[in-house]
Design a binder for this molecule. Structure first.
Ligand SMILES: Cc1ncc(COP(=O)(O)O)c(C=O)c1O
Length: 377
């Protein structure tokens, strides 16, 4: 039996999503830019998907732009807002996804911006007082802070960040890739400039995502070409990907409360089982359910001799999970997130990430395997 506990990396497609994508592949092969009936039909489908997403997020369809995924959406928001608003200072955290961190570091390297990284406590919580202090000195900055961290699961209070940003007239971008489809985003309430989504994190297809651009913002495209996406993103639309993305988000919203409770139950169950099986286990990140993504659990294990072999060992036992260490030696550059919270480099860490498809029986198997591994090391 194979156990998949790497749902923060990607999720399996929902059968309903496969169904609508296959239908679209079979029947809707027109190019949305063509003016004949086939093209018009494809265009209608893309616009319907945009409207579905906009309605779920309480945004306007004109604020949703389809992209190739989360990485492109993050790049577009950061690069083009800095350019559009003549921004010279940006604030982020050391534990952002590389789609954000590397983009900002590149701009800083080329002297386009000065970049400040916020302090974190040992659980990876962000110091919002420092954000205020930095904004008081540099009011019109770009603030890019993720909603949930993909390795630790830590949630940021983006409502509070948005209030601080408004106070200092800062531009606020949040990488919401890990919370899209898992938490309800209400953009009629939340004052934010840019958020991002990627279909494959909520049982939709890979290679398709979107950028929400608040209607007050005017930025330039990142990818030039045809007039697609109202001149904001050249390239023939990924029609069946877009259809699958919208369907996946629709299902996610429909089933969110039920899945939230179920998956949080699995996570709590695993925490308790691990504490009993391996008393010296530790957890990376914030475990408080109010401040932690219910789909992610990052554990730090006492089997210090196993570092590199742990994931391999789990893999050959049929368990797929993700890892990272705080170490940065040799070819393994380790995890910048674990280094960011000063995790003990001698203890191997594993990120388990859950979905609606997982069961308690699977958790039991994984916990027993981890106990066995730790007892032999
Ligand atoms: C927090 C976060 N941001 C951005 C991305 C990148 O998304 P994509 O793989 O769709 O480019 C990911 C996915 O790994 C992620 O977890």
């Amino acid at each position: 039996m194979h156990i998949y506990l790497d749902n923060a990396a990607t999720t399996p497609l929902d059968p309903e999503v496969i169904e609508v994508m296959v239908e679209t592949m079979k029947n809707e092969y027109g190019n949305p830019s063509s003016i004949h009936a086939h093209g018009r039909q494809a265009k209608t489908i893309v616009e319907k998907a945009r409207k579905t997403i906009a309605n779920l997020l309480h945004a306007s369809p004109a604020e949703i732009f389809f992209t190739s995924g989360g990485t492109e959406a993050d790049n577009m928001a950061i690069v083009r807002s800095i350019e559009a608003y003549g921004i010279t200072h940006a604030i982020t955290t050391p534990i952002e996804h590389h789609a954000v961190l590397h983009t900002l570091e590149e701009l800083a390297k080329n002297d386009k911006i000065q970049l400040d990284l916020l302090r974190l406590d040992e659980q990876g919580n962000i110091d919002l007082n420092q954000l205020e202090e930095l904004l008081a000195k540099n009011p019109r900055s770009l603030v890019s802070i993720m909603h949930a961290n993909n390795e630790l699961g830590n949630l940021t209070d983006i409502k509070r960040v948005s209030e601080i940003c408004q106070q200092y007239n800062a531009i606020f971008h949040s990488d919401t890739v890990q919370t899209m489809g898992h938490y309800k985003h209400d953009l009629s309430e939340l004052k934010i400039d840019f958020i991002t989504g990627a279909g494959h994190k909520f049982h939709g297809p890979k290679g398709v995502g979107f950028l929400y651009i608040n209607g007050n913002n005017k930025i330039r495209p990142l990818i030039f070409g045809g007039a697609q996406e109202r001149n904001m993103r050249g390239g023939t639309e990924n029609v069946y990907g877009i259809v699958g993305l919208a369907k996946a988000l629709e299902i996610a919203y429909r089933e969110m409360d039920e899945h939230h409770a179920y998956i949080q139950g699995l996570k709590s169950y695993m925490i308790d089982a691990l504490k009993t099986a391996i008393p010296t286990i530790e957890f990376n990140g914030n475990l408080d359910p109010a401040n932690s993504l219910y789909t992610v659990l990052n554990v730090s294990l006492p089997c210090t001799d196993m570092s590199d072999m742990l994931l391999f060992n789990l893999d050959i036992s049929g368990i797929s999970a993700s890892g990272g260490s705080a170490c940065s030696s040799g070819s393994d550059i380790g995890s910048h997130v674990l280094r960011g919270i000063n995790a003990n480099p001698d203890r191997p860490s594993v990120r388990f990430s859950f979905s609606k498809n997982n069961t308690k029986e699977e958790i039991d198997t994984v916990v027993a395997k981890l106990k066995e591994i730790c007892e032999h090391n």
